[in-house]
Write a protein that binds this ligand. Structure first.
Ligand code: B16
Ligand code: MG
Length: 223
C-alpha cells in the first residue's frame, strides 16, 4: 500500500528535524549485495566458510573490521601484512562490481524520499562507513542530491562509533539532535544513538528495539 513519507516517519514534518543523514549501502543503493559477493569470492579462494548470516554482521562495519569477523572462521591465521592484502583483494573485486552498477541499483523509493526531504526544507547528507562512497554516488549520478557527504575517509572509528554521523552534522552546520539517521545496520543504529540522533531503521534493522521509526520495506511504500 502506498504511504506518504510523513506517515512512515512523522518526525520528517513535525518541525523537530532539520536534516536526514542517510547511510548508503543497503539504505539508498543495493551495494550491500556487492559487498557480499566480493567477500564471498575472497573467502572461497581462501577456504574460509562464509554465508549471508555472517555477512549481516558486516553491515556498516569498516573493511578491516569486516575482515576480522570473516577470519573468525578461518582454518589458519594471517599476518597483518596478509590481512591488508586480503582486504585489498576484496576491495578490488568490490570495485569491479560497483563499476558495473546502473541506476536500477538505487533502491525503490530512495529518490522519492530524497525529493520529499528537499521539498520539505530538510537538508540531506550521507553518513557511510564506505571509502568507496564518492565513486558510487558519481557512478549513479547522485552526488548533487546531498548537502554534505561524510564517509569512511573522514573518520578514524567506524560505526558503532558515532563519528561519521557527527561529522555529517558538522558539515551540515546542525546540532546532532536536529538530525534523523536512516540506517539498515545494527552497528549504524548504535552509532546514531551514540551521536544523540533519532533513527529510521530500514530493512534488516527494522526490528532493532533502539529504532525510533521502523521501515521494514525501506522507502518502497512511497512509490
Ligand atoms: P568499503 P555503509 C559500509 O557502508 C558497508 O555496509 C560495510 O559492509 C562495508 O564494510 C563498509 O561500508 C566499508 O566499505 O570497504 O567500501 O570502505 O552501510 O556504512 O554505507
Ligand atoms: Mg548500510
Amino acid at each position: 500500500m502506498k504511504q506518504t513519507a510523513s506517515e512512515l516517519c512523522p518526525a520528517l514534518t513535525d518541525g523537530t528535524a532539520k536534516a536526514v543523514i542517510f547511510d548508503l549501502d543497503g539504505v539508498l543503493v543495493t551495494t550491500d549485495n556487492c559487498h557480499f559477493l566480493a567477500w564471498n569470492r575472497m573467502a572461497q579462494e581462501e577456504g574460509i566458510p562464509f554465508d549471508r548470516k555472517i555477512n549481516d554482521r558486516l553491515r556498516g562495519v569498516s573493511r578491516m573490521e569486516s575482515l576480522e569477523i570473516i577470519l573468525e572462521k578461518s582454518p589458519r591465521t594471517y599476518t597483518e601484512e596478509e590481512k591488508l592484502a586480503l582486504a585489498e583483494r576484496k576491495n578490488n573485486y568490490y570495485k569491479e562490481l560497483i563499476g558495473t552498477l546502473e541506476r536500477d541499483a538505487i533502491l525503490p523509493g530512495a529518490l522519492a524520499m530524497l525529493d520529499f526531504c528537499r521539498t520539505h526544507g530538510l537538508k540531506t547528507a550521507i553518513g557511510s562507513s564506505s571509502k568507496n562512497t564518492k565513486a558510487i554516488l558519481t557512478r549513479l549520478g547522485m552526488t548533487e542530491l546531498f548537502d554534505a557527504i561524510a564517509d569512511g575517509n573522514d573518520i578514524k572509528h567506524s560505526k558503532p562509533a558515532p563519528d561519521v554521523f557527527l561529522c555529517a552534522a558538522e558539515k551540515l552546520g546542525l546540532a546532532p539532535a536536529l538530525c534523523l539517521v536512516a540506517e539498515d545496520a545494527d552497528a549504524g543504529i548504535a552509532a546514531a544513538k551514540a551521536a544523540g540522533m533519532r533513527v529510521i531503521a530500514v530493512g534488516p534493522a527494522a526490528s532493532n528495539p533502539d529504532a525510533d521509526f521502523a521501515l521494514p520495506q525501506g522507502f518502497a511504500p512511497l512509490l
